[in-house]
Design a protein around this ligand. Structure first.
Ligand SMILES: C[S@@+](CC[C@H](N)C(=O)[O-])C[C@H]1O[C@@H](n2cnc3c(N)ncnc32)[C@H](O)[C@@H]1O
Length: 321
């Protein structure tokens, strides 16, 4: 099902060229953010289980149905689109998943009904692609779960393609959404995600992550300040209090020099304190990158009306055990 916000369909072959050599015989392929299943459907079947999970239950229902031979509709008019959007629980979940992405502008979850001047039949176009990819869905298992609650077989190969921070257009929630609930939450927590990804590596999984940015040092707990660090802080605070006590009188040059020296020393302490966190973050190495146009990154960019798409560098990160 290619039409999906953040779809990796265009890069799937390049990404798989890097990841598949790591998949040993019978190793499970697990995608906890399977989205439009654009990568998993290109992973060869028969060499161990393939598991795709997502917090969006309708997409999970759609992939399962496609794998079982479901035939999506050829036509979905605007009236039906809006009825499904308004009352998703009244329709089969696979149809909701299909219409909510394949017939939506920018494939953004039930944004507005997709249309263009050429009169493209988006349902027919999405159906063609879905049926083409359905071949690759066969044999895969799709699970409705939040990534952090997913049961993962030991020593799996994990391909993680989380929602990008600060994007809108689909949910980036950390809790499991049930059918009928709003899918527009966007409270993605990158720090929590990277800590979880690290745990996965530590547990013995082989892990790859698609992201624009790797983990920041802030994702790791900073060691406590040393005594020397605390002493410098106390000295600086005292000096600032002394300077304030001077009122409107000019700052004596020796005080100003001392303040500068203390500020430099403090920055040095802070650098040393954060170095182990920087080192932990740096374990995630970029193994592939490509500049891409992201026409979905900001809903405020109306690409159809000629607005300029944002350019980002899409990256694949990997951390050795
Ligand atoms: C960038 S998309 C994945 C695109 C997919 N790789 C493709 O090529 O079609 C990110 C996905 O993460 C899902 N998601 C967001 N929060 C989640 C969570 N807490 N647990 C599991 N999936 C989540 C979204 O529903 C979305 O489908």
């Amino acid at each position: 099902m290619t039409y999906y916000l953040g779809s990796k369909a265009e890069h799937a072959d390049e990404l798989l060229k890097i990841m598949l050599p790591y998949r040993k015989s019978r190793m499970a392929w697990v995608e906890p953010f399977v989205g439009g299943a654009n990568v998993i459907c290109r992973v060869p079947d028969g060499n161990g289980p393939r598991i795709g999970a997502d917090i969006n239950p309708y997409m999970v229902a759609l992939h399962t149905a496609l794998g079982n031979g479901w035939n999506p509709p050829e036509n979905v008019d605007e009236a039906l689109y809006n009825k499904i959007k308004k009352n998703p629980t009244k329709y089969p979940p696979e149809l909701v998943g299909f219409v909510g992405t394949g017939c939506a502008f920018g494939a953004m979850w039930f944004s507005t009904y997709a249309r263009n001047e050429k009169g493209t039949n988006y349902a027919a176009q999405s159906r063609r692609v879905a049926l083409r990819d359905a071949v690759g869905m066969k044999g895969a298992t799709f699970i409705h779960s939040s990534y952090d609650q997913l049961e993962i077989p030991p020593n799996s190969l994990l391909y993680l393609d989380p929602p990008y921070s600060n994007t809108t257009g689909y949910l980036g929630a950390n809790q499991k959404i049930v059918i009928g609930e709003s899918l527009n939450k966007n409270d993605w927590n990158a720090k929590k995600f990277w800590q979880w990804a690290d745990r996965m590596v530590d547990q013995g999984h082989t892990v790859f992550v698609s992201e624009y940015k790797g983990p920041q040092a802030e994702a790791y707990p900073t060691p406590p300040r040393t005594e020397a660090h605390n002493a410098t802080m106390a000295e600086l605070r005292q000096l600032q209090a002394d300077m304030q006590a001077l009122g409107d009188a000019p700052t004596p040059p020796d005080m100003a020099t001392k303040r500068e020296a203390l500020a430099t020393a403090l920055a040095g302490h802070e650098r040393v304190r954060r170095a182990p966190c920087e080192a932990l973050a740096a374990r995630w190495k970029v193994v592939w990158e490509k500049e891409v146009k992201v026409n979905f990154a900001a809903v405020s960019v109306d690409v159809e009306a000629g607005g300029e798409a944002k350019t980002e560098t899409e990256k694949l990160f990997h951390r050795e055990a």
